[in-house]
Design a protein around this ligand. Structure first.
Ligand SMILES: *Cc1c(COP(=O)(O)O)cnc(C)c1O
Length: 387
């Protein structure tokens, strides 16, 4: 998009380094560990396992790769279906296609914007009727907010179907005191440049099943059989994380809790400035959950607000402020046009509503107070509210 402002750009969620990353990178260089794997990778994996309380963690090249490995470990293949949240980034579902399987998309519910237990139950009832239970369910914690994991786990347990928790956006969040990423058989994190902490690019697969994560390491390093020559009996991937990038991750782990506090504080400041305006509704935080507030998201009720979400987005863009619509639901994507979809209610699709009315505001942990005011003033003046 073009903008007309000569003011400096405010990004949605830029990287925020701690300054300690260079120490770990330097160590890697000094010891010539310029390879995938190495001491930084081992240490970063241990730190994530310790932080989340998972038994084991495997560092990989991206969050997408982690989801792909999880599906592969669960033996998802051609002819299988996988249930997946619809309101998410395409990376949640692409690995289902890599495996030749079919996604089935599940709508959101209004209280968390995440997977609707009602829609999930309906999808299961129909799957049982068709004798085609899914191989796995991928549950996303959007913008840091945990899904209704209690209800979702109960449903999945009753059908004996494993969960992959896509916690790419929710590292540091918790649900009823338990940390995000630890609810399913597998959990995944992303360290892409826009996430709450970053390795520039990277991901992590976590599980309490340490044995199966040995298999993940095997798959992620080209499935090399234990033999002195290069021997391979099954398909493999080159998915391991570089020791240099893991060094960035170690530097970032040291400030993860600070980053969560900063993002939550940004949310609070937006809330204070904007929540009283007519028609603006912030993404809720479910009782007994703690969101890292990766992105501050809100919906605009055009009738009450007098402006539409797209008008607000244009106004922000004109001020050189990067704001975005809420993810376009995957069931609306051309890529998935023939995919089955279960809406929250028979006659209500919550993710469609959120997509039409929702926007994400600049939420980087390094956003200054002055920048935040530029955002809120732009919104207020577009809504013709006196500032
Ligand atoms: C970022 C993200 C991913 C993918 O992570 P990458 O590291 O970019 O591959 C997956 N799911 C969600 C919900 C994400 O936001």
């Amino acid at each position: 998009m073009i903008h007309t402002s000569n003011k400096s750009r405010i990004y949605l969620s830029p990287p925020h380094l701690s300054g300690n990353e260079i120490k770990y990178i330097q160590e890697a260089i000094d010891t010539n560990w310029i390879a995938p794997l190495g001491p930084n990778v081992d240490a970063f994996e241990k730190e994530i396992a310790q932080y989340t309380g998972a038994n084991e963690a495997v560092a990989v090249s991206s969050g997408t790769a982690a989801i792909h490995l999880a599906l592969s470990l669960l033996d998802v293949k051609k002819g299988d279906t996988v249930f997946c949240s619809s309101l998410t980034f395409v990376a949640s579902a692409n690995p289902i296609l890599y495996q030749g399987a079919e996604p089935v998309f599940i709508d959101s519910e209004p209280e968390t914007w995440n997977m609707s237990p009602e829609a999930l139950e309906r999808a299961f009832v129909e799957a049982v009727r068709e004798r085609r239970l899914p191989k796995a369910v991928i549950v996303v914690n959007l913008y840091g907010q945990s899904a209704k994991m209690g209800e979702i786990l109960a449903i999945c347990h009753s059908y004996d179907v494993p969960i992959i928790e896509d916690a790419a956006e929710s590292l540091g969040s918790s649900y009823k005191g338990k940390l995000s990423g630890t609810f399913g058989k597998y959990g995944i994190f992303s360290f892409n440049g826009n996430k709450i902490i970053t390795t520039s690019g990277g991901g992590m697969l976590i599980s309490n099943d340490a044995e199966s994560l040995k298999k993940a390491r095997f798959l992620a390093t080209q499935s090399r059989d234990p033999a002195p020559h290069y021997q391979h009996s099954e398909i493999g991937y080159n998915y391991r994380m570089s020791n240099i990038l893991a060094g960035i991750g170690r530097g970032q782990m040291g400030v993860l809790d600070e980053r969560v506090i900063a993002r939550r504080s940004i949310f609070s400041q937006y809330y204070k400035e904007l929540s009283h305006l007519p028609g603006l509704h912030f993404m809720p935080e479910l009782k007994n959950t703690f969101s890292n507030r990766w992105l501050t998201a809100l919906t605009i009720d055009e009738q009450a607000a007098g402006v539409s979400s797209s008008t607000l987005l244009e106004a922000l863009n004109d001020e050189n402020i990067e704001a975005r619509p809420v993810w376009k639901p995957l069931h609306l994507q051309p890529l998935f046009k023939d995919v089955q979809y279960y809406s929250h209610k028979i006659d209500q699709s919550v993710s469609d509503e959120l997509f039409l009315s929702g926007i994400c505001l600049p939420s980087g942990s390094n956003l200054s107070e002055e920048e935040l005011l530029r955002v809120t003033e732009c919104i207020k003046s577009t809504m013709k509210v006196k500032v």
